[in-house]
Design a protein around this ligand. Structure first.
Ligand code: SDX
Length: 426
């Protein structure tokens, strides 16, 4: 980090605040001295706050750039596969052929879950939202893996990472099977990660499941596009939970809970619900007007982003994949036509242009997931499944380095100190 500084004049004193530069992207101002000067920074929503140093993912919101360990997301989506991207996010480099095969074998060896974990599902109603189930069963993993909870042990951290990446598809598919009243399918080691997920979702014990290569490739690409995204709300939640020394399974369960919100990972489900509610192109103007109305809480789901003030590069790949998959499957989904019309209208509207509101990763993903046969309620579960490697990579990066427990302060605007009033005096 270079020797630059910013001067802050505070109550007649000048504070020298160090400025650090990264490899690429904005410099940061180290405000650690402010507490000693009796003030805090104030940045609700952390719009201008860098909470950590990281080498995993870089986003340039102005240019619509997303790099994983330096590799552009569109190149990874076109040339790599999800487990290779997992390796890259975890270890920082693309694997050799031998390393890739070893990693795939390792993940395959961890795809089964403890038989008793299956009983957790019985406690839920069949119509429970699958994200509610995932919050519960992923947190419960810490009750089964006491041999990999010593977070100061590098090997424990690595095994926990393998288990989480490997078991999320199994747990996710079990949510879907449970909702149908169908038997859980066991993972198969002869299938790729994405093929295996599809067979656990749609296979039945009564017959051999034929994997559709088009769907498996689309599923794998969706996993890649959701793998990581810098310090988003759920990743920051995982880091904050991890900073207290909580075990990795509990931290990932916290990330799942944060992702569930419609402003975050829940948006893909909300986009499909919104498109279904709009129903027809003739209603688009009405909904765009609602989205612009300050008095109406309605927002155009799948549009806008805290960081991207340009097209989300993942949405671009997702849009192309949408056309590919629906074309190859011979599906003409009116929701895709509607989504494209909505995008055209919104992006020519001055409100969206001025506020730099573009389609984000969630805008098109639901249409592909629907074409694959995934029910809307499972969309955010797919997002959580894919994002687990990002969460784990950030958790591992933090715990492997020097870190302190995260403990933000506040601007207090409550009552000044006052004495207790006995009941008979109130
Ligand atoms: C994800 O952080 C990540 O990286 C997240 C993610 C990841 O991979 O982890 O990329 C995944 O969460 C994508 C975002 C999915 N959410 C949605 O699609 C929900 C709809 N989008 C919005 O709720 C909103 O755009 C957010 C939450 C995504 C961003 O919110 P910000 O950065 O706090 O922006 P804001 O709410 O301050 O909006 C700025 C202005 C506001 O108007 P003004 O108050 O300035 O007049 O833009 C307006 C907002 O009202 N606005 C929208 C809008 N999004 C923002 N107006 C209508 N429709 C929208 N979708």
């Amino acid at each position: 980090m270079t020797e630059k500084s910013a001067q802050l004049n505070l109550g007649g004193n000048t504070l020298d605040l160090p400025i650090y530069s990264g490899t690429i992207g904005p410099d940061v101002v180290d405000v650690g001295k402010l507490t000693g000067a009796g003030v805090f920074t104030y940045d609700p929503g952390f719009v201008s706050t860098a909470a950590c140093e990281s080498k995993i993912t870089y986003i340039d919101g102005g240019k619509g750039v997303l790099l994983h360990r330096g590799y552009p997301i569109d190149q990874l989506a076109d040339n790599s596969d999800y487990l290779e991207v997992c390796y890259l996010l975890l270890y920082g480099e693309l694997p050799s052929a031998t390393e890739k095969q070893q990693f795939e074998n390792t993940i395959n060896n961890h795809t089964m879950v403890h038989e008793q974990l299956r009983n957790f599902y019985q406690g839920f109603r069949r119509d429970a939202h699958p994200m509610a189930i995932m919050c519960g069963v992923v947190g419960a993993l810490s009750a089964f893996y006491h041999d990999s909870l010593e977070i100061s042990d590098e090997r424990h951290r690595e095994i926990a990472a393998f288990r989480l990446i490997a078991k999320m598809p199994t747990l996710a598919a079990m949510c879907y099977k449970y909702s149908l009243g169908q038997p859980f399918m066991y993972p198969r080691n002869d299938l790729s990660y994405s093929e295996n997920f599809l067979q656990m979702m749609f296979g039945v014990p009564c017959e051999e499941y034929e994997v559709n290569p088009i769907l498996a490739k689309a599923m794998d690409k969706i996993f890649i596009l959701h793998a990581d995204h810098e310090q988003n709300a759920s990743t920051s939640t995982v880091r904050l939970a991890g900073s207290s020394g909580a075990n990795p399974f509990a931290c990932i369960a916290a990330g799942i809970a944060a992702l569930w919100g419609p402003a975050h990972g829940g948006a893909n489900e909300a986009v499909l619900d919104m498109l279904t509610e709009i129903g027809d192109v003739s209603n688009v103007d009405k909904f765009v007007a609602k989205a612009k109305d300050k008095n109406d809480p309605f927002r155009l789901m799948g549009f806008g982003h805290r960081v991207y003030k340009n097209y989300d590069p993942r949405a671009k790949v997702m849009r192309e994949t949408c056309h590919e998959v629906l074309g190859e499957l011979g599906i003409k989904d009116p929701l895709l036509e509607l989504a494209m019309k909505l995008e055209d209208i919104a992006r020519s509207d001055s409100y969206f242009i001025e506020k730099n509101l573009y389609p984000n990763v969630d805008f098109y993903s639901g249409i592909i997931l629907k074409a694959i046969g995934i029910p809307t309620s499972m969309f955010t579960v797919i997002f959580a499944l894919a994002r687990t490697v990002g969460w784990v990579a950030h958790w591992h990066e933090m715990i492997s380095g020097s870190y302190r427990i995260g403990r933000p302060r506040q601007l207090y605007t409550g009552s000044p100190q006052r004495d207790f009033v006995p009941l008979d005096k109130r």
